[in-house]
Ligand binder design. Sequence first.
Ligand code: GDP
Ligand code: MG
Length: 616
Amino acid sequence: MATMESLIGLVNRIQRACTVLGDYGDADGAAALPTLWEALPSVAVIGGQSSGKSSVLESIVGRDFLPRGSGIVTRRPLVLQLHKTEERKQEYAEFLHLPRRKFTDYALVRKEIQDETDRMTGKRKQISPVPIHLSIYSPNVVNLTLIDLPGLTKVAVEGQPDTIVEDIENMVRSYVEKPNCIILAISPANQDIATSDAIKLAREVDPTGERTFGVLTKLDLMDKGTNALDVLEGRSYRLQHPWVGIVNRSQADINKNVDMIAARRNEREYFATSPDYAHLASKMGSEYLAKLLSRHLESVIRAQIPSITSLINKTIDELESEMDHIGRPVAVDAGAQLYTILELCRAFDRIFKEHLDGGRPGGDRIYGIFDNQLPAAMRKLPFDRYLSLQNVKKVVSQADGYQPHLIAPEQGYRRLIEGALSYFRGPGEATVDAVHYVLKELVRKSIGETQELRRFPTLQAELAVAAYEALERFREDSRRTTLRLVDMESSYLTVEFFRRLPQEVEKGGNPAASTTDRYGEGHFRRIGSNVSSYIGMVSDTLKNSIPKSAVHCQVREAKRSLLDHFYTQVGKKEGKDLAKLLDEDPALMERRQQCAKRLELYRAARDEIDSVSWTR
Ligand code: GDP
Ligand code: MG
């Protein structure tokens, strides 16, 4: 049935994609969920050294591509994926470590397996648990994933580390102990089944035998007069699945280059004509084994569809939330990049405004400046010293020149007031600076609080520079305006104030007394106190107008046009420079890419499973 085939093909494709992503195993067991690869069934071949594992694999595949021979030949796991392709399509093989190179000559495939093994293990007979991944695309294979493993041994031979026996066993066990692993346990018929390494390990990891297939090789090599019927008919060792007998090519056949087609024919003939096994012929041989395995795999996959689907869904959820966390990928075209940058700036601007307008803290500190710092600074101005009797006398006399004033010291008043007013420049400038620093701090804070900006350190830096420059311009403007306010106070004095002052001459109606007092201490003290109350009045005015000027020039501008300059600059940039602004942390980019690829894989897997599982 088409759906059956597509099902295994699907699992195969998913596994292949997992492998490409390096997502086929969870080496440290740290992941919360098993990987998809682990959740999918695969078939592993186990058995003693030279029991015929690689040969069995080859006959299942129907191709001649594995290094074979005596001694330890298979020294790294080989993950072999068979993909059935459409009829008449050219057959080829492909290694994961050599993507895009299509092998059509199986002798080269065999050589590459050998070379790749040596690359990892060195020429010495070391082993390595790092698998080689090979895919075969052919119309003549069944969809299947098979794993060839190094043979189990009993002793380390010359040049091998003492631990090799144990190392191999552990490596093999790590594959077959996975509950989704179907075990192809290979035992040679010319050895007592009781000594089979394959059966020993299989029994250990699969005591009920539900995922173990017993395969008996080398039936042709049995002593004359003996047969393997006790094993093949399940009397020696019972498994849930029937035993399958196999006759592979002998070393002599291999040396003579007997091809696979001939080998299969020979095998068929062997069973058909064997007096011992003829009655079992339809259930023997590598072709039958391939079908048996493929059928079993289908039923396993069917049974597992719900749990696989649930794993896929859970993983998709996880990946999606990780994606949200990392953020969407940056667009590639300049227009979209510009849009992204403006969006990010707007996000920052929104937060910055919230700080000023309330909703986020910080704006209140500006009011604090106006309400506390500015009045306090004004109170501290040294007017007492400036309007001391001595100084008033001095300033007034200097203003009078050679001709002392007659009635009121007009020039003296002006000079005293001008001198006093210049003291207000200090608090004025200090207010401007204080507002500036609050705004700067709020910019810094807002950048930090703009989640979307986190990924883009370059943009963050550029944005900060642009905002600080703008604030600097606002500060300069505010400083000029504030100082001008102060200067304005001294350029025209409030006439009313002086007109309302009691006229000295008219006061008391005693001209003689007032005349004698004209240049006495009381006279100057009165001048001082008049100037002081005028200054007090101006101080009240400035306490109100300086904040107005700072808000107008700095706060309002920051809200209105903080990034205007930046926007113009960005608008002039070329694609390349825009990309630079959106230059992310490379580690993050890598993580997103991985995440996106896996997400794509899992989504595709879900779609495929959905479509297959509904078409029974
Ligand atoms: P592996 O070490 O388990 O992978 O075993 P191989 O597949 O490399 O086979 C080891 C040797 O046994 C090779 O020389 C094969 O030709 C030979 N061999 C394997 N199976 C059979 C068989 O069924 N009959 C005969 N005559 N020789 C076999
Ligand atoms: Mg082998």
